[in-house]
Design a protein around this ligand. Structure first.
Ligand SMILES: [Zn+2]
Ligand SMILES: [Zn+2]
Length: 473
């Protein structure tokens, strides 16, 4: 197998892997870099060979955000994905167009949007959901191959050449977020497994990964938490209890709680936690406000749950919790919110001009309020900058030109969607691969895996791929 990492740097960026195996050119994911701007957001797509298929691991933007650009370059391609991802993919991309249009207006990035609403119909037509945990045989179909390789050849009478060229792929549930899969690619007797983003523990709305228990030739794995030592005292159940306790104490003391959340996944998980607490009479009585993309996605995740499997969520939770929309008229900056309650708002990293960021500008200066972070905040985002400050420091709301003194409580809870580094090492050892390729991690995370694997799996050849360089693995 030949593998080329098309992400522009060795980081968690624009995920996209070109895989040449058998007679096929596969593209696994085509993401948009979350920390770059304009065309620099895209993976290296300029010298792509003719592709046979795209395989999508899940619908986070760092995996899906460049798909329309690939389809523009190579129309007619099929995108193979989980049934759940097929339900939500277009909605996530539509939001991405809206965000890019807003950014163009705010910051003058002329290249935005990198694709248009119109192009999303082509993406929707290209999506081919395939059932999980059932192998699917793929034959070459790109134009550069002789006619006998083209899909018109009846698959029931495959020629030896077609057989040699074909590969089997199987999608396995990866936990992480609704619809996420790992991908097993088999060619003749060789097995390569791509973890995608993976979580080996149950979340409220998505069950744990169910990866195959088989030996592999090559394992391509994410390394997100490589630089995060494992703290065995922290569990999801423990963090859930601590979050509920913090909410209840704040509300009882007459304050408001702001929970900045990622729209896809974390918002629905927190809604489920709140609803379970309410049913157990363990949630202080107060209004709950939600707004943004996350509320819209409730319908999609409900559909995923009913039609696709491996997702547990129902939209009636919004009625059960009597969720209210955020008032369109914002309270003046620096003034505390008139209605005390729980504010479950995107964005998770308090990105400027989002509802969570705007409400933080109301709550931050009042000691009765609490801000509860329930997901990772990049240090360069407003959320990351706020977490780095201490009580009593000042915090600048840049585009509001407002400086606030931090008097509210700020709490950080650990609800990661990614496997711990120890779990990934344990998985690698179970698969006992000849070769391991590291992806989806910042440089210190990858370094940790390189060192650890040298001791734990000394016979495996570990590759930390440089962008655009082709490796034979
Ligand atoms: Zn992800
Ligand atoms: Zn990712």
């Amino acid at each position: 197998m030949k593998l080329t990492d098309l992400n522009s740097a060795q980081d968690i960026g624009a995920n996209s892997l070109l895989v040449e195996i058998g007679g096929l050119n596969l593209l696994i994911d085509a993401g948009m870099h979350p920390k770059k701007e304009g065309l620099a957001c895209l993976p290296h797509l300029n010298d792509l060979p003719p592709l046979d298929y795209i395989i999508l691991t899940h619908c986070h933007l760092d995996h899906i955000g460049a798909l329309p650009v690939v389809l523009r370059k190579q129309p007619g391609l099929e995108i193979l994905c989980s049934p759940a991802s097929a339900i939500v993919a277009k909605r996530i991309l539509r939001n991405s167009v809206s965000v890019m249009l807003r950014q163009r207006d705010e910051t003058g990035i002329k290249e935005y949007p990198l694709f248009t609403y119109n192009e999303l119909d082509a993406v929707e037509r290209a999506l081919h959901p395939i059932p999980l945990m059932r192998p699917r045989t793929l034959f070459p179909r790109h134009a550069a191959l002789p006619d006998k390789f083209q899909p018109e050849t009846p698959p029931s009478h495959p020629t030896a050449e077609r057989d040699n060229a074909s590969v089997n792929i199987t999608l396995y549930p990866a936990g992480h977020v609704a619809g996420a899969v790992g991908v097993l690619v088999e060619h003749k007797h060789r097995r390569i497994f791509f973890t995608g983003d993976v979580l080996f523990h149950d979340q409220e709305t998505v069950p744990a990964a169910q990866f195959p228990d088989i030996s592999l030739d090559t394992l391509v794995m994410e390394t997100t938490h490589g630089a995060t030592p494992v703290d065995n005292d922290i569990t999801r159940a423990g963090e859930t209890a601590r979050l509920l306790e913090t909410i209840n104490t704040t509300i009882t003391n007459g304050g408001s709680v702001l929970i900045p959340v990622f729209a896809f996944g974390r918002m629905q998980e927190i809604l489920t936690i709140l609803n379970k607490a309410r049913l157990a009479n363990a949630l202080a009585s107060c209004p709950i406000y939600c707004s943004g993309l996350g509320v819209d996605l409730v319908d999609y995740i409900d559909q995923m749950s009913r039609k696709a499997g491996f997702v547990n969520f129902r939209r009636h939770i919004l009625q059960d919790l009597r969720i209210r929309p955020l008032d369109r008229q914002f309270t003046p900056i620096g003034k505390d919110l008139p209605t005390k309650g729980i504010y479950l708002l995107s964005s998770g990293m308090l990105v400027e001009n989002t509802p969570a960021w705007r409400v933080a500008a109301n709550l931050l200066e009042y000691p009765k309020n609490t801000l509860c972070f329930v997901g990772y905040c990049d240090p360069e985002t407003p959320g990351g900058r706020l977490l780095a400050r201490k009580h009593g420091d000042t915090f600048l709301f840049n585009s509001l030109d407002h400086i606030a003194k931090i008097r509210a409580h700020i709490e950080n809870f650990y609800f990661s969607g990614h496997a711990s580094r120890d779990e990934l090492i344990a998985f690698a050892k179970r698969c006992d691969p000849r070769a391991i390729v590291l992806t989806h991690g910042d440089p210190p995370a990858r370094e940790w895996f390189e060192e650890e694997l040298a001791t734990e799996l000394p016979s495996a050849k570990v590759t930390n791929p440089s962008p655009k360089k082709q490796y034979t693995v």
